[in-house]
Design a protein around this ligand. Structure first.
Ligand code: FAD
Length: 529
């Protein structure tokens, strides 16, 4: 019996299907938290890998997953921003405002994360293709020599990306007009790429040709054209991945020859990227991959969760796919840890997971729809208008959008509430305070993350006028139950603020005063001074 078979036959706490950013992140955390984890993933060789851009905000997620040091040690190319030719013909600088993003060849990046999962104690088995899952009990697959592999697990995480071994049954389809095909080519150029650099002060200077090492701030270039968009990610001074995003209904990609011709024809519709690739050599044949968005009707069930791209996919335009997948892996680890250690909280934890995943997907979807809408004002092709409607025909999306809007509406309604405004003014003038809860204070609970677990956290039922009654725990980052608990202990607002900052997260003063004004304005607290 092979090592894979022997290890895979043993029962584990968690089986993770897929070794992309979502799977590796979840596996690393769960193993680090003391669970036995088996990660099964296909081999990453034998098919091309994409080059992708990761925004600076990914670092927060690297910290949460515990891989920041390893990612930094891998010394990926860094970038200070993007060059965007989107609404008009002139390239525009879109800098990250001080932070630095990464340009990664995904195969290399994924290997760093997988190594970290292994170092944390997860058994990582590369070269196993999972075929079927009888959740939550067994995962069935085959290794590269065709031998059967069966893993028994108490919990299964489907992190298999677009393949969606468990997830594909639960997917929602987007409108036909929103399907997108990515055509990818790798280009090599010996001299400098004639591309505008978006660093402030650099103007339209091309990248210098005499760099001995890969230029540290080689930007992603994004360019819209009449019926598609193109982007280019550098992986070294000489190599760039150049991808065009097209509507597959009008761009057939079934034969290698026609795909190459189609790719070059699409690239020919651009201005800047056509010029940049003009004197460059195309390495190998271009290839195609599906880049259509999709959502999910459900995000898990007893003993299983859908994680990362297995659950939902956002348009690559956002450049947030990896961040979203790693954040999803982190959340799945917290939810799985809760389900395994506290089965009585399993439903609460899974509901929280589903709600969060829906909200995140919908919020990214709305962001990218807004970008497409910008171009649809200039270009009349349906490629743009079809992608400009964030709700589309997806019933799940509509629900989540409404939920997200409900939160925004709540904050807006509270800000405009005259009683809250009056309380704010009174607080600012009050020489001293003696805050007390009132009988109208109604406590309830909401699921929330506390460390590595989902808990039923105390919250308030807040009457938000037109937005209805909503369970609220945090307002503008302020933990309301915590604030309530300490409110009576301090005779001055500055003392209360300092005490809150010391014992809780450091929040800005206007947010703190705003939250306190809501408690007073809504009659949950009163000032007896
Ligand atoms: C054209 C394009 C460009 C993109 N550009 C960017 C970008 O610039 N920045 C960005 O952040 N995101 C980008 N994305 C999105 C990003 O690639 C994904 O969001 C991200 O990879 C999701 O990670 P994941 O772990 O959920 O899934 P994946 O990365 O897809 O990982 C799934 C894993 O499961 C394995 N697997 C699949 N089936 C099986 C099976 N049956 N058995 C075992 N293992 C299996 C796969 O081999 C893989 O390792 C882009 C996507 C596309 C399509």
């Amino acid at each position: 019996m092979s090592l894979v078979q022997r290890e895979a036959r043993a029962a584990v706490d968690v089986a993770v299907i897929g070794g992309g950013p979502a799977g590796a992140s979840a596996a690393r955390l769960l193993a680090a938290w003391g669970h036995s984890v088996l990660l099964l993933t296909k081999s990453d060789t034998g098919h091309p890998s994409l080059a992708e851009s990761l925004p600076p905000s990914c670092r927060k997620v690297f910290d949460a997953v515990g891989v920041r040091e390893a990612v930094e040690a891998a010394r990926f190319l860094t970038t200070g921003g993007n060059t965007v030719c989107w609404e008009g013909a002139r390239p525009r600088a879109a800098t990250f405002g001080g932070g630095r993003g990464l340009q990664v060849l995904r195969r290399d990046f994924d290997r760093v994360l997988l190594a970290e999962a292994g170092r944390a104690g997860a058994a990582v088995r590369i070269g196993v293709t999972v075929r079927d899952v009888t959740v939550p009990d067994a995962v069935h697959g085959r290794d590269e020599r065709g031998r059967a592999v069966t893993a028994h697990a108490r919990f299964v995480l489907d992190c298999s990306g677009r393949a969606g071994i468990v997830a594909r049954r639960h997917r929602t389809r987007v409108q036909a007009g929103e399907t997108t095909l990515a055509l990818v080519g790798v280009w090599r150029r010996r001299d400098a790429w004639p591309l505008p650099d978006c660093n402030p002060g650099d103007g339209d200077d091309p990248l210098p040709s005499d760099d001995a090492v890969p230029r540290d701030d080689a930007q992603t270039v994004v360019e819209a054209y009449a019926d598609g968009w193109a982007w280019s990610v550098p992986v070294s001074r000489h190599r760039r991945y150049v991808t065009v995003m097209v509507d597959p209904r009008t761009t057939r990609a079934d034969r290698a020859e026609s795909l190459r011709a189609r790719y070059l024809a699409e690239l020919g519709k651009t201005t800047h990227l056509a010029r940049a690739t003009g004197g460059a050599a195309l390495e190998g044949a271009p290839w195609a991959c599906d880049a259509s968005q999709y959502g999910a009707r459900r995000f898990g069930g007893p003993g299983f969760l859908l994680v990362g791209d297995a659950a939902t996919f956002i348009d690559p335009l956002s450049s947030f796919g990896v961040k979203k997948a790693m954040a999803s892996g982190w959340l799945a680890a917290v939810v799985t840890n809760t389900c395994l250690r506290h089965p009585d909280r399993a439903v609460l934890a899974r509901d929280f997971h589903a709600q969060r995943e829906r909200q995140i997907w919908e919020s990214y979807r709305r962001q990218t729809a807004a970008f497409f809408a910008q171009v649809s004002r200039r270009e009349l092709h349906p490629f743009w208008s079809d992608r400009s409607d964030p709700a589309g025909s997806d019933p799940v999306g509509v629900g989540a959008a409404a939920e997200a809007e409900g939160r925004d509406e709540l904050v807006a309604a509270l800000r405009a509430d005259p009683a809250v405004q009056a309380a704010f003014e009174a607080l600012r003038r009050a020489p001293s305070i003696r805050l007390r809860p009132t009988p109208s204070l109604r406590m309830t609970t909401v699921p929330a993350v506390e460390g590595r677990e989902i808990v039923a956290a105390p919250s308030f039922a807040l009457d938000a006028g037109a937005a209805g009654s909503i369970a609220v725990r945090h307002l503008r980052g302020v933990d309301l139950p915590a604030l309530l608990e300490m409110a009576g202990e301090h005779p001055q607002v500055p003392d209360l603020y300092a005490a809150y900052r010391r014992s809780r997260a450091p929040v800005e003063l206007p947010d703190f005063l705003g939250a306190l004004s809501v408690l007073l304005g809504k009659g949950l607290l009163r000032n007896d001074k």
